[in-house]
Design a protein around this ligand. Structure first.
Ligand SMILES: Nc1ncnc2c1ncn2[C@@H]1O[C@H](COP(=O)(O)OP(=O)(O)O)[C@@H](O)[C@H]1O
Ligand SMILES: [Mg+2]
Length: 273
């Protein structure tokens, strides 16, 4: 009998890897005038993300969220501690991980399909395979009709979709997203959240999603880690049924309780009633 997984489309068979952070600390030193100023961006941060889990990290500006992403992406080495992806310590960038930042960073002289193909080119995948794979993900993000457009011909939301397609096309075991919708207007942001939900339900890769929006974290996540300056101060499980939609969430009485709890935790309250 043919294995179902083998015959399923590639997007169905993406496997997520677990992520483990153990005692991550990150200290920056800057020279200001004649003084050495030390910032503890992270101070002994530990967390686990299960394979295929969607975890958000929420916290105020400057609390160290992007530092976690840069360490997980392998763009930065922690001062101490380590981060493992699927049992392997991260020592640098690798195609088991893909990162989506607030600005999609597309190449303006490349069309949509050629932007999405870029990492596949770097991975040495032949042209026919990479074009077919790129199209698969361009369709997944709803941009099939725009494959030959240039970034300047697309709205901000569409550009961010191209960035998402490019990240997904490498079939990462962990998708890192650092406030990916932070630059979008409210309507585009909601659309992108809906799209991401749909895509994640379909791909089930592991996601670490950075945000400072409580409603976004609740809508998308299985679990939310709340950060204060340099550390994780609380963890909230989002025990709402899946598949989820914005509409279900708005009509679920538990949503309000979760919003209250996250708001209180972000404000640094210890006891939440
Ligand atoms: N390259 C750097 N040099 C010095 N300080 C930095 C550097 N990058 C980040 N920081 C500081 O580390 C802290 C955490 O930054 P960051 O991880 O970007 O926070 P967040 O993403 O939560 O806003 C901030 O105080 C920031 O100013
Ligand atoms: Mg940041």
């Amino acid at each position: 009998m043919t294995n179902l997984l083998e015959t399923a489309s590639a997007t169905d068979s993406t496997q997520g890897s677990g992520v483990v952070a153990r005692g991550l600390s990150m200290h920056y030193e800057r020279i200001v005038g004649r003084d050495r100023v030390r910032t503890r961006a992270l101070d002994d941060v530990s967390f686990d993300v299960r394979p295929q889990e969607f975890v958000s990290i929420i916290g105020p500006s400057g609390c160290g969220k992007s530092t976690v992403v840069r360490i997980a992406a392998g763009l930065q080495r922690p001062t101490s501690g380590e981060l493992l992806v699927g049992d392997q310590p991260v020592r640098g960038p690798g195609d088991d991980r893909a990162t989506v930042f607030q600005s999609p960073g597309l190449f303006p002289w490349r069309t949509v399909i050629n932007n999405v193909c870029m990492p596949l080119e770097l991975a040495g995948i032949d042209k026919k395979t990479r074009q077919a794979r790129a199209m698969e993900y361009i369709e997944l993000v709803g941009l099939a009709g725009f494959r030959d457009h240039y970034p300047r011909e697309l709205s901000g939301g569409m550009q961010q979709r191209v960035g998402l397609a490019r990240a997904l096309a490498v079939r990462p075991r962990v998708l890192l997203m650092d406030e990916p919708f932070g630059n979008l207007d409210a309507i585009s942001r909601e659309r992108m959240q809906d799209e991401l939900l749909r895509i994640w339900e379909h791909m089930k890769t592991t996601v670490i999603f950075i945000t400072h929006a409580i409603d976004e974290a609740i809508l998308l996540s299985d679990r939310v880690l709340v950060m204060g300056p340099g550390r994780i101060v609380h963890e909230v499980t989002i025990d709402l049924p899946r598949p989820r939609s914005r509409h279900d969430l708005l009509s679920d009485t538990r949503t309000l309780g979760l919003m209250r709890e996250l708001e209180a935790r972000l404000a640094g309250k210890e006891n939440v009633s």
